[in-house]
Design a protein around this ligand. Sequence first.
Ligand SMILES: O=C([O-])CC(=O)C(=O)O
Length: 166
Amino acid sequence: MAALATAELCDTNASLLPTGELRVLQPIFKIYGQSRTFFGPIVTLKLFEDNVLVRELLETPGDGRVLVIDGGGSMRCALVGGNLGQLAQNMGWAGIIVNGCIRDVDEINACDIGVRALASHPLKSNKKGFGEKHVPVHIGGTLIHDGEWLYADSDGILVSKMELSV
Ligand SMILES: O=C([O-])CC(=O)C(=O)O
C-alpha cells in the first residue's frame, strides 16, 4: 500500500478526532532512520532504562509492525542503538517510536526503518529485563494500545483505533 500522508489522513478522517478514535501525538519527537514515512500495527512496550525486552521483541518477525516503547522519557541512557536498528530492519519492522533516547545515530540513520525518539544519548541502558509487553502506554499526551495503528511522516505521528484508508 502507498504511504499515507498524516495531514491528508487528519483531513479525511476529521470526524474521528473528537471521539479519540484518531489521535495526534504531541510534536516532541526527532526524526531518525531512512523511512521518513511509515505505518503499521502497534506493539507496545513499557520499561525504564532497561532495553532487554526491546531486543527480545525485535528478534521476532516484525511483519511491518511498529514498536512503541514507553521509556518514561528518560534522558539518562539509550534504549535503541545501531545493532537493534539493524535487527529491526532485518526482521521486517516498519519503525520504532521511543519515549526516551537512542544512540549510534549515524548507524540508525542508515537503517531502512523509521525511528522517532526524544533525543540521543551515548550511554547504554541496564540489561535486567524489567518491563511489560503489550500494555497501554501514555506517550506524547496520548494513550496508545497494543494493536492500534500508527502513521508517521515528516509532519507528525498519528495513532488510530483502526486501520485508515484515504
Ligand atoms: O544494545 C544496546 O543497549 C543498544 C545498542 O547499543 C545497540 O543496539 O547497538
